[in-house]
Design a protein around this ligand. Sequence first.
Ligand code: COA
Length: 330
Amino acid sequence: MKKAQITGIGFNVPERIVTNQDLEKIMDTNDQWIQKRSGITQRHWVGEESNTSILAIKAAKNAMLDAKIDANDIDLVICATLTSDYFFPGISNQIQHALEMRKVGAFDIKAACSAFIYSLSIGDQFIRTEQYKTILVVGAEVQSTALDISDEGRNISVLFADGAGAAILQATDSNKGILSTHLHSDGKFLKELWCEAPGTSNNPRLTKDILDEGKHLPYMNGREVFKNAVRRFPEVINEALDANKLTIDDIAQIIPHQANHRISEAVARRMGVGMDKVFSNIKNYGNTTAASIPIAMCEAREKGLFSSDDIIILAAFGAGFTWASTAIRW
Ligand code: COA
């Protein structure tokens, strides 16, 4: 049976860097609090000129260069994002058009921080069934323009950031590629990390009252998210190990969604490994939602933390709640 191999990866973040010291000037926060609670020292936020599709298109081009393919080779575009340029359609169509691809299928996946793994899983199914040979999977977000950067929003706004990453999946007969994917959700926790508006639960969807009440801004119950994340990450990583009859010693690198450095440290402890085996770059990027895993994959490879034939595990947890993992032989 065909397997889906990742033959190229790339990323792109906005040029503008916002440090913790910059945030101190606009809200009641401080570098020490942010670093201690999250591990973040800086993040990239778009300037006025950028939006999610611009970040996504550059990341996709970088991944295509890395895979040494051109736009004509691509059979399908899947874009993981919560923050499309417009309420509809999604940005996958803009990516298809901007990169001058054939008129291939293109759709967005809205599964919050788990969306990149959900998207890899969907791409994997299309390749295993031999419907498509080459698939572009993108994770892209602009969170910064929807954050409450007043004192009231400080528990969230210091964490989230902007960026994009992409991967090219190609059919292979070799033993390399996606070994398994596991996807989960529990909608009971919907309101613990959510953004209420605009949405069809309000009619009309967007009014001055909705804006005045701040329902268009994300809300997070940080403690509930933390408690669930430190449980679900190890659970879904172990699911990937068990499904492939692997132990943690077989894994070159766990690359988790960059939610929070303290969550990654707790995951490492629960998995019985050191932080040398759990990749973290949240210090420089903050939490870029669906983009964090492909950005982290690029940097982990660049640092030589995994290479050809190594097995890595990607794992995610986020709003929904959703959580997911995939084991990949590189
Ligand atoms: N700067 C300074 N102080 C802040 C602050 C900020 N940016 N945000 C909150 N505080 C204050 C609170 O007002 C509170 O003050 P008080 O004790 O005077 O009331 C204090 O810090 C503690 O707040 P609390 O929310 O209880 O902190 P916490 O220990 O739970 O840490 C998070 C907050 C958000 C860092 C933590 O809950 C967390 O990491 N959650 C997971 C978040 C996450 O990963 N989300 C992404 C999932 S994909």
